[in-house]
Design a protein around this ligand. Structure first.
Ligand code: NAD
Length: 556
C-alpha cells in the first residue's frame, strides 16, 4: 500500500487506527511495530484528544503536528532494517545508518538546557512550532490507555492497605481529584482493592469516558447525591466508585463541612501544568479555555492560588486523620509557589509505597498484541500464570484484569515484573510468536515511571536515602543501555509527570517477533532495563537493592 492510501485508510485526521492482523505494511515488523503503536497512541479509544494529537497527561502529544504525523508514517513505511529514524520533539528530522539489532526509532522529546527548562520558555518554543510536550509514553508511542496506569495505581492502593489497614480497604473511603487519562484509573483500582471511591473532575466529558469504559460506576453533578451514594456504600462495605463533576477543592471543602474524613486522600488533577492542565477554582471550563488563550500569566496566578487552597484542604484532612499522599502530579510544588508554606508536609507515593518494588527492579512492564486480537493477550496471560505459579499477586491481577478491563485500541496488558522476571516473560512471548500460538508479533515496553529510568525529585526519586534525588545520569545511562542493547525504539524526555524543569526520563520498547534477532535483543534489553533500577537503588544504599544485586550477579 502506498503512503497516500495508507494515510487515507488509517490516519485521516482525527480518525487514527492502527492496522491489525499479521500482514505487513512496512518493510519489516521492526518498523511495522512502531508504526502501529504510534497510530494506536492517537486512536480515539486510546487518546484523550486526537484532534490535537494529545494522548494523555494534560498536553502530552504523540507528534508535533499533522505534517509530522504524515511524515512519520511515510518514513516508517519505507524504513530499512539498517536505518533509524530520528524524532526531535515529535518531528521526524532525519535517518541515520545503523544495523538490524539497533533501535529503528530514536526519540528525544521536550529536552531543554537546565537554565531554560521551564514552562514559559517551553511554551514560547511550542508556539513557534519548535517543540512539543511528550509526557512519558505519549511521545514515545507506548501509551496503552488507562489500563497502563491501572496496575500501578492498584499496587499503590494495595500497598497503602497493607501498610495502614491490615491489607483490606473494605469499608474505607478513598477520595481523589482528576479522572483524566491516568487519573481515570483510580476508581477502578480503588474498587479492585476493595475501597469505596469518590473522585471529582471539573470536566464532565472525562467522567463520561470512564463510565463508558467501565472504569467508574456512577456519575453525578450533585455533591449531596455523590455523598449519600458513597456513605451508603462505605457503610455496607461495598466497593463502589462515584465521579462528581466539581472542582476538587470545593469537594474537599464540603466534605470537611460535613465532617466526612476519607481514610485515604490523594489527587491526580493535571497539576503538573498550571496553565494548560489545572483548572482554577471557581472558573467554568469555557472561561478557563478563554483565559488560557488570552492571559497565561493571570491564569497561572489563579491556578497556583487554587492549588494552594486545594493542598491546604488536604492538610486539614490529614490533620483530621486521612492518610494523605501526593500522586505524582507535582501538586505540592505548585501549591508551595501559590503560598501554601506547608505543602510538602505530606509525602509522595513513591517513598511511601513504591520504592521497595523499585529496589527489586520491579516496574510497569507492558505489552501490546500487534495483531489486534484479544485472544493473543489471553494467551500471554495464561503463559505468565503458568511460568510464575508462586507469584500470587501477579496471578490475581491477571485474572481480575481479564475480567474487568476493556481494551482500548490494540489489546494490551500491564503487569509489574522485576529483575529476572521481565527477561523470562520476554523469552516466553518470543516463543509464543515463533510457535504461532499468537497470531502476530508483540511489542513489549514500559512507562518511563520505572525503577531505573527517571530522575524526578518530587516523584520517583523523592527522598532518596543518599540525597541523589536530582541526579539525572541514571536515566541517561538507561537510555544508552537500551540503545546499545537493541531495543526497537528508545526515547529520552524532559518534564513528564511533574512538568518542565522537574524530571528527565527514558523509555524503551522491544519487538517480540519470534526471531533469533529478537531473542538476542530481548535477553539484553529486558535484563539491562530492570538492572538499572537495581544499580541505581543499590548505589544509593538500599538494602533490598543490594540483596538483588548479589542475587542476580550484578555486583562489580
Ligand atoms: P489529564 O489531563 O488527562 O486529566 C487531568 C484531569 O484533571 C482532567 O480531566 C481535568 O478536567 C481535571 N482537573 C483539572 N483541574 C481540576 C480541578 N481543579 N478540579 C477537578 N478536576 C480538575 O491528565 P492525566 O493523564 O489523568 O494525569 C493526571 C496527573 O497525574 C498529571 O499531572 C500526570 O502527570 C500525573 N501522572 C501521575 C502518574 C502516577 O503514576 N501517579 C502517572 C502519570 C501521570
Amino acid at each position: 500500500m502506498d503512503t497516500k492510501s495508507f494515510i487515507k485508510k488509517f490516519a485521516t485526521h482525527p480518525n487514527y487506527k492502527s492496522p491489525t492482523g499479521n500482514i505487513l505494511h512496512a518493510k519489516s515488523w521492526q518498523t511495522e511495530a512502531p508504526l502501529r503503536m504510534f497510530l494506536n497512541n492517537l486512536d480515539n479509544e486510546v487518546a484523550e484528544d486526537p484532534s490535537n494529537l494529545v494522548v494523555y497527561g494534560g498536553s502530552g502529544q504523540a507528534a508535533r503536528n499533522r505534517d509530522s504525523v504524515e511524515k512519520i508514517i511515510d518514513v516508517l513505511l519505507n524504513l530499512e532494517d539498517d536505518e533509524s529514524l530520528l524524532i526531535q520533539s515529535g518531528k521526524p528530522v532525519g535517518k541515520v545508518r545503523t544495523h538490524s539489532q539497533a533501535p529503528r526509532v530514536l526519540i528525544a522529546n521536550s529536552n531543554l538546557v537546565p537554565e531554560w527548562a521551564n514552562w514559559e520558555h517551553f511554551e514560547k518554543l511550542k508556539e513557534d512550532g519548535l517543540m512539543m510536550y511528550g509526557q512519558m509514553t505519549a511521545g514515545s508511542w507506548i501509551y496503552i490507555g488507562t489500563q497502563g496506569i491501572l496496575q500501578g495505581t492498584y499496587e499503590t492502593f494495595a500497598a497503602c492497605a497493607n501498610k495502614h489497614f491490615g491489607g483490606s480497604l473494605k469499608g474505607k473511603l478513598l477520595v481523589s481529584g482528576g479522572l483524566g487519562g491516568m487519573g481515570g484509573a483510580q476508581p477502578l483500582a480503588a474498587t479492585m482493592a476493595g475501597a469505596t471511591f469518590l473522585g471529582a473532575d471539573i470536566d464532565p466529558e472525562r467522567i463520561e469516558k470512564r463510565l463508558k469504559t467501565g472504569y467508574i460506576d456512577k456519575m453525578t453533578d450533585s455533591y449531596e447525591e455523590a455523598r449519600d451514594w458513597v456513605l451508603q456504600a462505605k457503610d455496607r462495605g461495598m466497593n463502589v466508585s462515584v465521579g462528581l463533576v466539581s472542582d476538587i477543592g470545593d469537594l474537599l471543602e464540603k466534605l470537611l463541612e460535613d465532617d466526612i474524613i476519607p481514610e485515604i486522600l490523594t489527587d491526580q488533577t493535571s497539576a503538573h501544568d498550571p496553565v494548560f492542565g489545572y483548572v482554577p477554582n471557581g472558573m467554568s471550563l469555557s472561561d478557563a479555555y478563554c483565559l488560557r488563550k488570552n492571559d497565561q500569566a493571570e491564569y497561572k496566578k489563579l491556578s497556583l492560588t487554587s492549588m494552594a487552597r486545594h493542598v491546604s484542604l488536604m492538610l486539614e484532612m490529614k490533620s483530621r486523620g486521612s492518610i494523605t499522599f501526593d500522586y505524582g502530579n507535582n501538586l505540592r510544588e505548585f501549591a508551595r509557589q501559590g503560598g501554601e508554606v506547608d505543602a510538602f508536609s505530606f509525602n509522595g507515593f513513591v517513598p511511601d509505597y513504591i520504592r521497595p518494588l523499585f529496589c527489586e527492579g520491579k516496574g510497569p512492564f507492558r505489552w501490546a498484541a500487534l495483531s489486534g486480537d484479544p485472544e493473543d493477550i489471553y494467551t500471554t496471560d495464561r503463559a505468565l500464570i503458568e511460568a510464575f505459579p508462586d507469584n500470587k499477586d501477579m496471578i490475581s491481577w491477571l485474572k481480575q484484569a481479564k475480567e474487568k478491563i476493556q481494551f482500548q485500541g490494540l489489546p494490551c496488558r500491564i503487569c509489574w515484573l522485576g529483575m529476572g522476571e521481565r527477561e523470562k516473560a520476554g523469552i516466553i512471548f518470543n516463543d509464543l510468536v515463533k510457535q504461532g500460538k499468537v497470531s502476530a508479533p508483540i511489542a513489549i515496553g514500559r512507562d518511563h515511571l520505572d525503577c531505573g529510568s527517571v530522575a524526578s525529585p518530587n516523584r520517583e526519586t523523592e527522598g532518596m536515602i543518599d540525597g541523589s534525588d536530582a541526579v539525572s545520569d541514571w536515566p541517561l545511562l538507561n537510555l544508552m543501555s537500551n540503545t546499545a542493547g537493541g531495543a526497537t525504539w528508545v526515547s529520552f524526555h524532559h518534564g513528564g509527570g511533574v512538568g518542565m524543569g522537574y524530571s528527565q526520563h527514558a523509555g524503551m520498547v522491544v519487538l517480540v517477533d519470534g526471531t533469533e534477532r529478537a531473542e538476542k535483543c530481548i535477553k539484553r534489553v529486558l535484563h539491562n532495563d530492570p538492572a538499572m533500577g537495581v544499580f541505581r537503588h543499590s548505589d544509593a544504599g538500599y538494602d533490598i537493592a543490594k540483596e538483588h544485586s548479589k542475587k542476580f550477579n550484578l555486583d562489580i
